[in-house]
Design a protein around this ligand. Structure first.
Ligand SMILES: C[S@@+](CC[C@H](N)C(=O)[O-])C[C@H]1O[C@@H](n2cnc3c(N)ncnc32)[C@H](O)[C@@H]1O
Length: 389
């Protein structure tokens, strides 16, 4: 049964779409759903029925599986089509956003800060090379580039509307299913007595995953940082229009320039795989420096490769090769627990937790219900800073 996704919630800076644009979005959505739900499962059949039986020796690595699979015409076509649909997601969204980029910038900059959040930009902050040298997951101009003078929010608008289309609406009307899962399934359920006074989200983008923390911890002072100005301007206007008091700042997660020990909780959601091997240890060390004793660091990503069979690794590794996510596979191979210990956390204070990735209940402000959760899990790397004894 196909569950109709809820409509994306039309907050004040969400780009609107004409009937023509909606029709194109619907067509792209249908094509993407067809590729993901009908064609991609056939890749496993190709492996089981044709490719694996023809191998002289069992595959010992996912690279061996990949090299054998890429000779199969069905796999070639499926992967190519999946990439083409990804480009159509962004082409469609870029037309929608491009048409109203000036208007969106104006709307965002004139949004009254009624909720009391703030925005700090730093035009001198360098954009890390791993973001600057390619359009991450094919999003034209990446996160950081600006297309209008002054108060540009195009990258934020692209990310918000485009990711909703990409995710087939499965991340909920506010795109917040990931943050809701970590906030409510992990913190509220498993650490009910933990009440952080200051919270920091690294690589917050437009704030999709951050806003649930403002709901769970309404008394907390909540910060989101990102290196990209356009997503932050958009995030600030979006949060204010949704009545969430959050502070946004343009800072690098490797060197945030916040005071040592000034946060009780530092989180990230799907940030790590978009950074680099060199930046990961620096981000972990910065988290350790930022935390007050007893504070928590939590990084949420799709599950690491270590516990997955080789074929599953090969399937998930699609993004490394076809989705402009060059560090995807390497990050999923990295021992994040070890990085946490090397950053200064005591081994006994580091653990792994899993939550279902798609908690969307309660987010539908349009009145339509979104039953169930999207499939899959998030793996959380959890570390608690030691309390001095
Ligand atoms: C996939 S998006 C994350 C989205 C968001 N956390 C969420 O869950 O909706 C990754 C974001 O991280 C930002 N980013 C990448 N490297 C960063 C760094 N070193 N410091 C701060 N932000 C960074 C990018 O600009 C982008 O907005």
């Amino acid at each position: 049964m196909t569950v109709t996704p809820p409509k994306q919630f039309a907050h004040a800076v969400l780009p609107s779409a004409t009937l023509d644009e909606r029709a194109r979005e619907d067509a792209v959505r249908t094509l993407r759903r067809t590729v993901l739900d009908r064609l991609v499962p056939g890749v496993a059949d190709a492996w089981r029925d044709r490719v694996e039986p023809a191998l002289p020796d069992p595959a010992a690595t996912r690279a061996e599986i990949r090299s054998a699979m890429l000779a199969d015409p069905f796999v070639q076509h499926t992967f190519s089509l999946r990439r083409i649909v990804q480009e159509q997601v962004w082409d469609t969204t870029a037309q929608i956003v491009g048409r109203q980029a000036e208007d969106l910038a104006e709307r965002a900059s004139s949004m009254p800060a009624r909720a009391g959040g703030t925005l700090q930009l730093d035009p001198d902050l360098p954009i890390p090379p791993y973001l600057k040298t390619l359009d991450v997951h094919g999003m034209p101009t990446g996160y950081w580039d600006e297309v209008t003078d002054g108060h540009d929010v195009a990258a934020g608008a692209m990310y918000d509307r485009g990711v909703y289309l990409y995710a087939l609406g499965r991340s909920g009307p506010l795109g917040d299913s990931r943050g809701r899962s970590v906030a409510f399934d992990f913190f509220a359920e498993r650490l009910p007595d933990f009440r952080p006074a200051r919270i920091l989200d690294l690589g917050c983008s437009v704030g999709h995953s951050l806003l649930p923390y403002a709901e769970l911890y309404p008394e907390a002072e909540i910060w989101g940082i990102d290196v990209a100005p356009g997503v932050l301007r958009y995030a600030h206007a979006r949060a204010e229009s949704l009545g969430r008091r959050v502070h946004f700042a343009q800072r690098d997660a490797e060197d945030t320039r916040f005071a040592a020990g000034s946060f009780d909780l530092v989180v990230s959601h799907i940030l790590l795989h978009e950074t680099s091997a060199a930046s990961l240890p620096r981000i972990f060390a910065e988290c350790h420096r930022l935390l007050a004793p007893g504070g928590y660091m939590v990084h949420a990503e799709l599950p690491q490769y270590a516990d997955q069979d080789l074929f599953t690794q090969f399937m998930i590794d699609y993004d490394t090769f076809y989705n402009n996510e060059p560090f995807w596979g390497a990050m999923h191979d990295t021992d994040l627990d070890r990085l946490a210990v090397e950053a200064g956390f005591a081994p006994e204070d580091v653990s792994v937790a899993f939550v279902a990735s798609g908690r969307t209940e309660g987010t539908d402000r349009t009145g339509r219900s979104q039953p169930g959760r999207s499939p899959g899990q998030l793996q959380l790397t959890v570390a608690r800073k030691a309390v001095a004894r």
